[in-house]
Design a protein around this ligand. Structure first.
Ligand code: GDP
Length: 425
């Protein structure tokens, strides 16, 4: 069977959750391979409306096994909270349909606190962190100063390891930030209240995936955020602290030899960006407010109003290139129905010259968007289920985008519900 990755092409919030929810029907296993509880997927299906942060979006499908891979920032407290909420809405979550890699590093109690303390220190130079501890977590992981989930099964060694890490981390907390130190009692309480709850789900997911592959099962890799937030390829330093690329999926999943034949890139019919950093196509004033309201563009995790703009061909083409996307899902086309004219950012102007290539992050601060307008359709398209149901202007917009980004648009989403989709293949 073919393996597939679903990735964001832009700044995140493209609607990946709804696409994974839709496509899981064709896959046996869904794996989250990077990131943590710092962003959210919104999924609406026959079971209700859910805001997922860490849980893979395949959790709603019977028979699908969901995996949190070794590349994920495994936050036991937040995961358990999320599991409890989803279970309370009637979804069954057991060690049969949710498995946590024993090689996933645990987000430790001080990571969230350090995130907050550092954003406070930075004041008006802050990165716009969601304060979920992701940046301190990944820094510590690469310094080899975290705990692997599998260590929960080795209590004696675990306590000694935690004591060492605590001694080291208390130096930073107290001497750099003037914060209170952690004690072993606090860490023992965290082990009991959060880690014990997730322990039954922890196993050798690498072995599970290798076996699933041998048995011909198909795997869907689910990314968080988008290309432009990738640590190496995004708008550094306004990126996340992990790799959001399809190319990272094998490494972060626990199945480094995985072959991925399909990469579905999710692109929103307009642009949004949460937090700080360059965003060349940004709209302001009433025009922005109208689009924000129409698309309900407020962060799933933080409730922050998202910055908005027209579809950015430059950023999108770059995002597709770095993801090596083989097809595109264009989401939220219905949101543009109120517009008389649909703006599109077709190029940037840098120091008086037109450029067609996504520039180096710092240079983006000097760029201006070059906007062209397309005819609007001014009619509700949320009931469209086939290509022919779309008005000609909406078809022309999709065809224009497809041609300029050079990648087939195989899905057009016209609403948040599972069935609000036009499949073009
Ligand atoms: P993700 O992190 O990429 O999954 O994106 P988010 O969940 O943060 O944002 C997508 C939002 O748009 C969610 O509230 C979805 O329910 C909603 N959504 C997804 N696709 C569509 C669509 O085609 N039309 C509309 N109106 N909303 C959509």
């Amino acid at each position: 069977m073919k393996n597939c990755a679903i990735v964001g092409i832009n700044w995140g919030d493209e609607g990946k959750g709804r696409m994974v929810d839709l496509l899981t029907e064709n896959y046996d296993v869904v794996v989250r391979f990077q990131g943590g509880g710092n962003a959210g997927h919104t999924v609406i299906n026959e079971k209700g409306k859910f805001a997922l942060h860490l849980l893979p979006s395949g959790i709603f499908r019977d028979g699908v096994v969901n995996i949190l891979g070794n590349g994920v920032a495994m936050d036991p407290e937040n995961l358990w909270k999320e599991v409890s909420e989803v279970v309370a809405q009637g979804v069954s979550i057991t060690p049969e349909n949710l498995k946590i890699s024993d090689r996933a590093s645990l987000l430790l109690p001080w990571h969230r606190e350090l995130d907050e303390l550092e954003e406070q220190r930075l004041a008006d130079k802050k990165y716009g962190s969601t304060k979920q501890g992701i940046a301190p977590f990944y820094s510590d992981k690469y310094q080899k100063k975290t705990i692997l989930a599998g260590e929960l099964f080795y209590e004696e060694e675990l306590l000694a390891h935690l004591a060492d890490l605590m001694e080291w981390k208390n130096l930073t907390l107290t001497k750099v930030y003037g914060a209170r130190p952690y004690t072993m009692d606090m860490l023992k309480a965290w082990l009991k209240d959060a880690c014990e709850k997730i322990k039954p789900f922890v196993c050798d997911t690498g072995a599970f995936l290798a076996n699933a592959n041998k048995e011909g099962k198909s795997i869907l890799f689910e990314a968080q955020l988008g290309s432009l937030r990738d640590l190496d390829y995004g708008i550094y330093p306004y990126t996340t602290s992990s790799n959001t690329m399809a190319a990272y999926a094998p490494i972060g999943s626990g199945f480094p030899g995985a072959k991925i034949s399909d990469v579905v890139g999710v692109v929103k019919a307009y642009s949004t960006c949460v937090g700080e950093g360059p965003f060349v196509c940004e709209m302001f004033g009433d025009e922005a407010e109208e689009l924000r309201k129409a698309g309900f563009e407020y962060g799933a995790k933080t409730g922050r109003p998202r910055r908005v703009g027209p579809l950015d061909i430059i950023a999108t083409s770059y995002g597709i290139e770095v993801q090596a996307a083989t097809e595109i899902a264009l989401t939220k086309l219905d949101v543009l129905s109120y517009m008389d004219k649909i703006p599109v950012c077709v190029a940037y102007e840098l120091d008086g010259k037109r450029i067609d290539r996504f520039p180096f992050p710092i240079a983006q601060n000097r760029c201006k968007p070059i906007i062209e307008y397309f005819d609007g359709w001014k009619t509700d398209i949320s009931g469209a289920r086939t290509w022919e149901d779309l008005p000609k202007q909406a078809q022309d917009y999709v065809l224009y985008v497809e041609k300029t980004i050079g990648c087939p648009i195989t899905y057009v989403s016209v609403g948040p519900e599972r069935e609000s989709i036009i499949v073009r293949k």
